[in-house]
Structure formats: structure tokens, C-alpha cells
Design a protein around this ligand. Structure first.
Ligand code: PAF
Length: 291
């Protein structure tokens, strides 16, 4: 496993692998790797000959009041975790100056998104997805992958990246990998480590809430309001949970659905605070034909 720190070095390496006829996959991460990331690596390995994992805590996707400075940075630990899972060819871990060579204030061209970032997380994190899409575009330019592999836990991110690749006619396939969960159902996240033991125990309500939505939809419930009510009912079982949103949206428009259509793909999504820790979870569901 090779560690590459510069964009030039990464591009030269990727060019060589492409010349050798290899299929390249990139797993973009911000480090603090957990089993969810390792599942992305395995998925990448299954689909490609050459796997790059990028580790870069991207400043432009954090608002000033968010946890950019505190975000865990443990490159050696992350590399050891990747070594155990195996199958990673390159770790691309550039310093900020490589990704924003003139400083982020001087950057004048960004990948922006219309409408789709007005819903779910985007509504509460203005500018977040502009930062994500822009850095992923830069990572794609540096690592030159055929496939970009992302977790579906960050559902809005995954859907926007898919849309970016489509709308900008990019020659990269965006692959989504199902969420990896703890035994009680809590979705794995780098932020789970901030929870107190009591909050951790209560946090199970997020997965119960989105599973309640799935069960209702697959059981034939047609009323979005009843489905969202069931989600909120589950979340209310955690006394310390502060719900930021609980919604049922269409996966193409990301707008709340007013009625369900057979065959439509919808997303039940929640964001909840425990103290200062913000957790998200979701379920993608295909609406069945009416009974
Ligand atoms: O999901 C993440 O960890 C980040 O948003 C990503 C895709 C690596 C971009 O910084």
C-alpha cells in the first residue's frame, strides 16, 4: 500500500495504472475509518483491479460552527485499519495546500447544485454540498477513477454525486454501498464516538424510525403523513433526541412526497441531535404495487 501526498504524484500513478489496463476505484473518505468505510473498500475491490482510498478532511464542507478543527485525524491508525482489510493499492492523503493550492478563499470555480440541496441536510447546512461536490470533483481529477464508491448512509451526498456525474457527463460511475450497522441497528459513523453511553443507547431510535417507515410502505400504507408520523413516534422514544428533520422524499427531486406511486423510489430520512452530536439515518424504499 503506497502513500501519496501530492496531486501530481497521484495523477502520475493513476495514469500508469490506466496504461496497464487496470480498472480504478476511488473510495473518498475523511479518515476516522470504521467498518462502514472498510465495507466501501471491499465493494471497491470487488469491482476494480486497483483501489485508492483518499483521506482528506475537506474544510469547504464544514460551516464555521461545525467540527472541522475537532474532526479526528489519525492517519497511521487509518492506514493500519486499511492494512487489515487488505486490497488497497494507494492511500491518497494530501495536505490542504495540495487540494486548495491558492487557499480556499481564492477558489473561484465551484461545483454548485440547484434545488436538490434545499432539502434534508442541505437545508440546514448551507454550502455543505457545494464543498462536497467540489472536493469530490478534485479527488476524481487527481485519482482518475472509473468508479467512485460512496456509502448510502449519506444518502443526499450519494444522490447528488450521482446527479453530478450524470449532469456533467462525467466518465465516472458513482456506486452506492448499503449502510453498515452495529448489532442494535445504529448506523456506523465517525461521529458515534462523541456520544455518551446513555446517548449511544438512545441513538438506536434512528434506525428503528427509518425501519418503521420501510415497514409501513412495504405493508401498503399510502399516506406519507402516516409514515412520517410513525417515524416521529419512534424518535420520540429517546428523551434526549432533538429531531432536526424526519421526512419522506422522492429520490430524484429530494422533495417531500405528497403521494406514493407504485414503483417510485422514496427515501425515509432523519437527522437527530444528541447534545452537540448530529446523527443521520435513512432507508431507500421501492413503493410496492397497491394491494
Ligand atoms: O463522506 C465523506 O466522508 C465526505 O463527504 C467526502 C465524500 C469524502 C468528501 O469530503
Amino acid at each position: 500500500m503506497e502513500l501519496i501526498r501530492t496531486v501530481d504524484g497521484m495523477q502520475a500513478h493513476a495514469d500508469e495504472a490506466r496504461r496497464a489496463g487496470e480498472t480504478l476505484a476511488l473510495v473518498p473518505t475523511m479518515g476516522a475509518l470504521h467498518d462502514g468505510h472498510l465495507a466501501l473498500v471491499r465493494a471497491a475491490r470487488q469491482r476494480a483491479d486497483h483501489v485508492t482510498v483518499s483521506i482528506f478532511v475537506n474544510p469547504t464542507q464544514f460551516a464555521p460552527d461545525e467540527d472541522f478543527d475537532e474532526y479526528p485525524r489519525h492517519l497511521e491508525q487509518d492506514m493500519a485499519a486499511l492494512d487489515t482489510v487488505g486490497g488497497v493499492d494507494v492511500v491518497f492523503a494530501p495536505p490542504v495546500e495540495e487540494m486548495y493550492p491558492d487557499g480556499q478563499q481564492a477558489q473561484r470555480v465551484w461545483v454548485d447544485v440547484e434545488e436538490l440541496d434545499q432539502h434534508l441536510c442541505g437545508r440546514y447546512r448551507p454550502g455543505h454540498f457545494r464543498g462536497v461536490l467540489t472536493v469530490v470533483m478534485k479527488l476524481f481529477q487527481a485519482c482518475k477513477p472509473h468508479l467512485g464508491v460512496f456509502g448510502k448512509k449519506d444518502a443526499q451526498q450519494y444522490l447528488l454525486l450521482r446527479r453530478m456525474a450524470h449532469d456533467l457527463a462525467m466518465d465516472v460511475e458513482v456506486v452506492g454501498v448499503p449502510t453498515v450497522r452495529e448489532t442494535d441497528g445504529l448506523a456506523q459513523s465517525s461521529r458515534n464516538r462523541y456520544l455518551t453511553p446513555d446517548e449511544r443507547a438512545q441513538a438506536v431510535v434512528l434506525s428503528r424510525a427509518v425501519q418503521a417507515a420501510r415497514k409501513r410502505i412495504l405493508g401498503g400504507e399510502q399516506r406519507p403523513t402516516a409514515i412520517v408520523e410513525a417515524v416521529r413516534h419512534e424518535l420520540a422514544q429517546a428523551p434526549d433526541a432533538k429531531v432536526q428533520y424526519a421526512e419522506l422524499v422522492d429520490t430524484t427531486t429530494l422533495a417531500p412526497v405528497s403521494e406514493l406511486e407504485a414503483g417510485q423510489e422514496v427515501l425515509a430520512a432523519v437527522a437527530v441531535y444528541f447534545g452537540d452530536t448530529r446523527l443521520i439515518d435513512n432507508a431507500f424504499v421501492q413503493v410496492p404495487a397497491a394491494p
